[in-house]
Write a protein that binds this ligand. Structure first.
Ligand code: G6P
Length: 611
């Protein structure tokens, strides 16, 4: 949601903080701010992007070797200068940046008002800053103790970093629910919401756990829990490379990530598929192999694009492993008293591994005794730590807010999982299994071929860029892809787009079709091919504009559709991995032509750590 960065060491903090905020901007971008610790500890913040903050700071004092920075995605209070972080406590003793939500902030605010505290902003964070200060002054304790005691009074989620103006040799960081990573340098420490601002300086990191408080000085870090017990930090090695978080010559991260898919999918199955034996090995699932083989029901929990990957998994698991699957939105699952059995297998899918609704749904499923496995992209994030077992997607950092390569990596993992379960429980024959595995190995090369059509898809985009509405249709495994294609278009171009199962069109959306309505139909040659041809005819009969994604060499649909994008033939089970790619490119080009900020679409955030 919001992005947090901090530095303590001998280097000028300003450059590190600004660069870090730029790297974190994908997490939130409605306002930004920094605090630089020097004789005064200056706070600068404003509405807008990090570039607006830089312009605002120009010419002002940027000295200091310690500092904190924040890029915001508003939850409490509209995006404006005052609500931007950092927040200062009323008497100026504390400066705080925070990601998360303090749920009991109004009770705490009333308490503080009774103590004559006044507030500048509408944020929950300022309440926390004042609570820390109240305890600090009232109890006459150190900054560290004040932060700890304040946090024992807080209900909600936080990743926060605190500067005390009277103890300026340290940063105090704490985590509950919202991620924080500490980077260990030489006589310096970095802190951030994720590793992207840290990776260019150090690969040694400590992931804070829930209820951890870290007191970070130039040359030492001490870690405690909220009960004031000392903990020994576990040092991990980052395995991401700086090039993975830069645009590498592409105009946008989204385009780079679309083009990375041949490699990212390969990375997803590399080391997990034996290309000679055509066998799959998913080491992360070994602790739960028995549960997988004997599963009677699978519940998939996810949000957004990950939920669409979950729908693909439902089709595959039911087809090849013959286990009933339910696909749930995290937010719905957790609030509707779902029936969960002890022998249920729950699969939680999340690119970020931090989505609050998915995380809470997992906790609910675990509490009911189910076995939970994670399919996540960000290594060390909260969901993999909360689950019994899991498989990382290894797509590499995804920076564009609209998910692309993470989706295809999720589908790749879930396909491998479906095949594995099907072969373990005896519902998938050896020959079928091997046939699909062999086809999966060829997917990266086939995506390369689709990407060669980028210029053609761009031309197509120029014909569609001015529409206001659109419909996406697909059947079978291409239905989730239709949903995903529609989501991509609406999130980055702000064109209204609806994904529908093609046959359902006649129960509603058909009423919308006229000569101005583009209808994207995924009509690859699979078992529903004939049926989807009828759906195309229904659209054409009402003069709709048909853009069809077809299997290479299909002349039949070419004669009916207004525009066609060809994709290579593959095994039916894998069609979604290919058909989604042209839809990603189409949305991308339409959004660019409409002048939209594709990497940072309005109102959205990459990682939604609030409910
Ligand atoms: C946000 C992002 C989407 C993502 C969804 C779920 O809405 O903008 O791209 O699909 O969250 O996120 P997750 O990290 O759990 O996959």
């Amino acid at each position: 949601m919001c992005g947090i960065v901090g530095y303590i060491g001998d280097k000028p903090a300003y450059d590190i903080l600004i660069k870090g905020l730029q790297r974190l901007e994908y997490r939130g971008y409605d306002s930004a701010g920094i605090a630089l610790v020097n004789s005064k500890t200056n706070v600068y913040k404003c509405k807008g992007k990090v570039s607006d903050l830089e312009a605002f700071i120009k010419g002002q004092d940027t000295t200091g070797n310690i500092g904190i920075g924040h890029t915001r995605w508003a939850t409490h209070g509209e995006p404006n200068d005052v609500n931007a972080h950092p927040h200062e406590s009323m008497n100026g003793n504390f400066v705080v940046i925070h990601n998360g939500i303090i749920e009991n902030y109004s009770v705490l605010k009333e308490f503080l008002k009774e103590k004559n505290y006044t507030f500048q902003s509408e944020t929950d964070t300022e309440v926390l800053a004042n609570l820390i200060e109240y305890i600090y002054e009232h109890n006459k304790v150190s900054a560290e103790v004040a932060v700890r005691l304040a946090l024992t009074k807080v209900i909600g989620a936080y990743g926060l970093v605190v500067v005390c103006r009277n103890e300026t040799d340290q940063l105090i960081a704490a985590r509950k629910g919202s991620p924080l990573v500490v980077g260990i340098g030489n006589g310096e420490y970095y802190i951030a919401s994720d590793a992207t601002p840290i990776v260019e300086y150090t690969k040694s990191v400590i992931y804070l756990n829930d209820d951890n408080i870290a007191v970070i000085k130039k040359n030492e870090i001490s870690l405690k829990n909220l009960d004031n017990e000392s903990l020994s930090p576990e040092i991990k090695k980052l395995d991401i490379d700086i090039s993975a978080i830069e645009k590498g010559g592409y105009e946008h991260f989204m385009l780079k990530e679309i083009f990375e898919q041949p490699r990212s999918i390969h990375d997803t199955f590399r080391g997990r598929i034996n290309p000679e034996l055509l066998q799959i090995r998913l080491g992360g699932l070994h602790p739960v192999l028995d549960t997988l083989s004997n599963a009677k029901r699978i519940i998939i929990i996810a949000c957004g694009t990950s939920w669409h990957a979950g729908l693909v998994a439902e089709y595959l698991i039911e087809e090849y492993a013959r286990i009933p699957v339910e696909v749930e939105y995290g937010s719905e699952f957790r609030y509707r008293n779902p029936v969960i059995y002890k022998d249920d297998l729950v699969i939680a899918i999340s690119q970020s591994g931090e989505t609050a609704d998915t995380l809470e749904a997992i906790k609910l499923a675990k509490a009911a005794g189910a076995t939970v496995i994670g399919v996540c992209n960000v290594v060390g994030s909260s969901i993999p730590r909360e689950t019994h077992a899991g498989v990382y997607t290894h797509a590499g950092p995804e920076i564009g807010v609209a998910s692309t390569k993470a989706f295809t990596a999720q589908v790749t993992v879930l396909t491998m999982m479906a095949l594995k379960i099907g072969s373990m429980n005896g519902n998938l024959s050896e020959s079928n299994y091997k046939e699909i595995v062999a086809a999966l190995i060829e997917i990266p090369g086939k995506i390369e071929r689709i990407l060669l059509q980028n210029d053609y898809i761009k031309k197509l985009a120029s014909k569609l860029k001015d529409v206001s509405n659109s419909i996406y249709l697909g059947r079978g495994l291409n239905f989730p892809v239709a949903l995903e294609g529609a989501l991509k278009l609406k999130e980055i171009s702000y064109i209204h787009a609806e994904g529908y199962p093609a046959a359902e069109m006649k129960h509603g959306p058909i009423a919308l079709i006229d000569a101005n309505m583009p209808v994207v139909v995924i009509a690859t040659k699979d078992k529903t091919y004939e049926k989807i041809i009828s759906n195309i005819q229904e659209v054409k009969a009402r003069k709709g504009i048909v853009i069809a994604v077809v299997t290479e060499g299909d002349v039949h649909i070419k004669n009916m559709a207004d525009y066609c994008i060809e994709i290579p033939e593959t095994h039916d089970a894998l069609t979604g991995l290919l058909s989604v790619v042209p839809l990603q490119l189409l949305s991308y080009h339409i959004a660019v032509m409409r002048g939209c900020n594709v990497d940072q679409p309005r109102n959205l955030a990459k990682s939604v750590t609030v409910e």
